[in-house]
Design a protein. Structure first.
Lengths: 86, 127
């Protein structure tokens, strides 16, 4: 019953990632795509921690932490690039 | 199913619904600033609730889960601020229904030029 519940949560999260990916494909400007990718990053971090609970592997929480740190640095770098060039 | 698992599943479900609503806002709202607002607020709350809910459902992991959640809670507004600033500086206009634009009103963002469509980032300070 627990696994069924978490499968439903995974479905909702996957739908959220799909909506963000559609916006990243459609978005008229570069900033729209970057906003969509930023949302996708946060949702993916939450889904990685959920995956750790789902599979019972504790190491995926560390993976989520490293992913969040690297994605934060990447988003800041691309935002600086959009602001005034490198 | 213990009590912790039930409470954790409830909190994770709450967070997941907020994640979906934030993604729906990113998909449907009309311009960059609205999308940024919906995306940042909803996904921050949703990710925080989902990760803390995992920590409640599996009480051995609460320390690392709280570290990840607090990191997201601290860094998501910073990246949203950088994104909004970058969008405004790269001359992306708010859409027509915008009521107030204080930054333009006080003339604090003078770099914003007209002709936003043919702006290429990084090309204007080459010389």
């Amino acid at each position: 019953m627990n696994l069924t519940l978490y499968t439903i949560f995974f479905g909702i999260g996957a739908a959220a990632v799909l909506l963000c990916m559609l916006r990243a494909l459609l978005g008229p400007t570069a900033s729209d795509r970057l906003v969509a990718v930023d949302g996708m990053i946060t949702i993916t971090t939450a889904l990685l921690v959920l995956l750790a609970l789902f599979l019972g592997r504790r190491i995926y929480v560390d993976v989520a932490l490293v992913y969040a740190v690297l994605a934060f640095v990447g988003v800041i770098a691309v935002a600086r690039y959009l602001e005034r060039g490198l | 199913m213990t009590l912790f698992a039930i409470i954790g599943a409830f909190v994770v479900g709450f967070g997941t619904i907020f994640l979906f609503l934030g993604a729906l806002g990113i998909f449907r709202l009309p311009d960059v600033y609205n999308r940024l607002q919906a995306g940042t607020k909803c996904t921050t709350l949703g990710a925080f609730c989902a990760i803390v809910g995992v920590g409640i459902a599996q009480p051995d992991w609460i320390f690392k889960a709280v570290i990840v959640a607090v990191f997201i809670l601290l860094t998501n507004p910073i990246s949203a601020h950088a994104l909004a600033r970058a969008s405004y500086k790269s001359a992306i206009r708010p859409y027509e229904g915008t009521v107030v634009d204080k930054c333009r009103e006080f003339g604090e963002c003078e770099e914003v030029k007209d002709g936003a469509e043919d702006f290429q980032p990084g090309l204007d300070d080459e010389e």
